[in-house]
Design a protein around this ligand. Structure first.
Ligand SMILES: *Cc1c(COP(=O)(O)O)cnc(C)c1O
Length: 373
């Protein structure tokens, strides 16, 4: 092993079970597996989520959903971001629910239905205040009317109505979240008056799944929490919410050497040894997802000690200055994990670097093998 991302599939199963336990009023769980299962591996994560009780799976892009289908997972599955000209027929044929944000997308799905001879399963998204995907409240009645017409023609079936929060980390009481809930409730009434009878209405991301039961409707749509990360760190650790981080990023010391005091270390000599010292070379770099901003700040665990990266993070490697500690080539380096061995967590990395743990786990590069246990 040079480097690997160890994925604890039991943690994913248990996390989904914990989220299902939290889902209010019998709401089911749609486990979000976009972006290669938040970096944890699409198919193993999807399987583990289903084993843990996820009734639905959610993806951003069609090819993610089709890969899930091709692997034989036949749970209901939503893909929510399509662009003009994408071939929607394979998704319609595979029974993938596709998100529609405007009438043009709805028509493209109806055309794919005619081409395949199958009814397209469509989930209409309303923009309740994120101003990202979805129809604005002003455009929503027309979208619902067009969908009802297409439904009457047998081309589409509106299986869902859904929206997404702007403040994932704002906690349950953020005023924008409150406004979005009200807009969503209104949009549901508009859809109902248009004659739409969706199987599922859904709004809650991880944060709302963990903290706002009145947003759970028929389905909660957690992503990051499936992988054991907590989107509301100000309200508690993963453990406080019954979650366990599923990814451990590990590497191996490739080389050690003694260098004299005053040695400039790594590009631009941003670190200089204060005395004769042992340097340890770690074969992971920014191409593998170690942020270059972690230069001289990122922390790792090596032989039971937290150590700060010495100088610049390079594309393939970084250096640790371990002083006079006993470190040998072949020793294990833990970048982040659940924290059991005293290693940092992805949340620690995120806090140090001014980002969110979502980005820390999803950016682990394709060169790093995922090892599922
Ligand atoms: C990514 C995403 C989610 C999951 O969000 P988390 O904060 O990771 O729980 C849910 N819904 C949509 C539309 C998303 O894009």
């Amino acid at each position: 092993m040079r480097s690997e991302a160890r994925i604890d599939l039991q943690a994913i199963r248990d996390n989904v079970r914990a989220l299902a336990d939290r889902a209010a009023g019998g709401a089911q769980v749609m486990a979000v597996v976009k972006a290669d299962g938040y970096g944890h591996g699409l198919l193993p994560s999807a399987r583990a989520a289903v084993e843990g009780g996820a009734a639905w799976l959610g993806c951003a892009f069609l090819e993610e959903a089709l890969a899930v289908r091709a692997a034989g997972l036949d749970v209901p599955l939503l893909a929510w971001l399509v662009t003009p000209g994408e071939d929607l027929a394979p998704a319609v044929e595979a029974g993938v629910d596709v998100g529609a944000y405007d009438v043009a997308q709805l028509e493209a799905l109806a055309a794919a239905a005619r081409a395949t001879g199958r009814t397209a399963r469509v989930q209409l998204k309303v923009d309740t205040g994120l101003s990202r995907g979805g129809a604005t409240p002003a455009d929503w009645p027309d979208l619902c009317a067009a969908a009802a017409k297409a439904e009457a023609g047998g081309e589409v079936r509106v299986t869902g109505v859904w929206s997404h929060f702007a403040f994932a980390d704002g906690g349950p009481d953020h005023p924008v979240n409150g406004r979005q809930r009200a807009v969503f409730a209104e949009a549901l009434e508009v859809a109902d008056r248009a004659g739409l009878r969706p199987e599922v209405r859904h709004l809650a991301n991880s944060a709302a799944t963990l903290t706002a039961p009145d947003t759970h409707y028929d389905l909660v749509r957690p992503g990051v929490s499936v992988y054991g990360l907590c989107p509301v760190p100000q309200l508690g650790t993963p453990r406080d919410f019954g979650l366990r981080p599923a990814m451990t990023l590990a590497s191996t010391v490739a080389l050690t050497k003694r260098v004299p005091a005053g040695s400039g270390v790594s590009y631009l000599h941003r670190h200089r040894t204060s005395r004769e010292s042992t340097l340890a070379l770690v074969p992971l770099g920014y191409a593998d997802g170690v942020p270059r901003n972690a230069t001289s700040t990122g922390q790792v665990q090596l032989n039971g000690v937290r150590r700060t990266i010495a100088g610049t993070v390079c594309m393939d490697q970084f250096v640790l200055d371990v002083g006079d500690d006993e470190v040998a080539a072949g020793d294990e380096v833990l970048l982040f994990g659940p924290g059991d061995a005293g290693e940092p967590t992805a949340a620690d990395w995120a806090e140090l670097l001014g980002t969110i743990d979502y980005e820390i786990v999803t950016r682990v590069g394709a060169r790093v093998p995922r090892v599922h246990r």
